[in-house]
Design a protein around this ligand. Structure first.
Ligand code: NAD
Ligand code: FES
Length: 283
């Protein structure tokens, strides 16, 4: 059992938790993820690690309450326990040693998944800049954390409440046009955003990595739920990812697969909500 030692509400749909998991905290690397299960018959939830502290033995997760399992997770409080917390899983990023300036592009709830990567690069002495976007100011999370590890942070919001009114790609175009030092891009966020970022960086011939976040079932390469296509080959995100060369990912297929179970997810959420939101055991 894994204890929740801190809980924070980041905005109306996103929550943060620090989980006591010393073994995971000790071996975690930027980009990796965990799979959690709240109770014995619960669904497995893959979450990209947002931060980790090997000394305190804690791992930070950030999640958006979209379905039954994440809503249930959101009802837990400091002092409560999670049944399974498996990880760290997945690959990590490799950035060329001679990269001059790395640009991180993050959208919405993908921003915390981008954070540990930029933090590590900053600690290793790289020049790091970020473009962060969300629907409105409150949906652009981890601003303070990002500003602490970036030389400059640009903001874009759909409604103009923070930074430029528009998408992250509107700022990306300006940056790529004017700052010829940027020679590596890391992007994490909605698939459509990562698709458009990669389309743009391909035009400028700038290597770009993405972190994919598909549906996962077993997380062991056996069920095939997380398969995507990269460079014409089938890859399993749980085993081969989550980080891939963004210029090789088939994003359209990834989006189709993400939407495949929307109907079942909606039914499951409606049933959960009808039963007064369930109890801590999801029953
Ligand atoms: P959102 O839909 O509010 O979008 C966030 C920002 O992304 C927007 O403000 C905009 O700047 C940019 N964006 C959106 N559509 C775009 C487009 N068509 N072109 C260019 N830029 C665009 O995001 P959200 O609801 O906070 O994020 C939810 C998504 O993030 C989910 O789909 C989830 O799967 C994904 N996510 C991914 C990871 C990962 O590791 N890849 C981690 C967490 C969440
Ligand atoms: Fe089953 Fe990846 S989640 S193969």
């Amino acid at each position: 059992m894994y204890k929740i030692v801190r809980k924070e509400v980041l905005n109306p749909v996103v929550k943060l938790m620090d989980i006591e998991a010393p073994r995971v905290a000790k071996s975690a690397k930027p980009g990796q993820f965990v799979i959690i299960r709240i109770y014995d018959k619960g669904e497995r939830i893959p979450l990209t690690i947002a931060d980790y502290d090997p000394e305190k033995g804690t791992v930070t997760i950030v999640f958006q309450e979209v379905g039954k399992s994440t809503k249930l997770l959101g009802t837990l409080n400091e002092g409560d326990y999670i049944l399974d917390f498996v990880g760290p899983l997945g690959n990590t990023m490799e950035v060329p040693k001679d990269a001059k300036k790395i640009l991180g592009v993050g959208g919405g709830v993908g921003i915390p998944a981008l954070y540990p990567k930029l933090k590590m690069l900053h600690q290793e002495g790289y020049k790091v800049e970020a473009i962060l976007g969300g629907r409105s100011e409150e949906y652009v999370i981890f601003k303070k954390e990002m500003e602490a590890v970036c030389d400059k942070v640009h903001y874009a919001t759909d409604d103009g409440t923070l930074g430029k009114k528009g998408f992250v790609t509107d700022i990306l175009k300006e940056v790529l046009e004017n700052d010829k030092e940027v020679d590596y891009v890391i992007t994490v966020g909605p698939v459509i955003m990562m698709k458009n970022v990669c389309k743009m960086t391909k035009e400028y011939n700038i290597p770009t990595i993405v972190s994919m976040n598909p549906l996962m079932v077993d997380g062991t390469g056996m069920c095939g739920a997380c398969r995507i296509e990269v460079g014409g080959e089938t890859k399993f995100v749980c085993m081969d990812g989550p980080i891939f060369d963004g210029h090789l990912v088939n994003f359209d297929l990834a989006m189709t697969r993400l939407n495949m179970f929307k109907k079942q997810e909606k039914v499951s959420l409606e049933l959960y909500e009808q039963h007064h939101g369930g109890d801590h055991h999801g029953r």
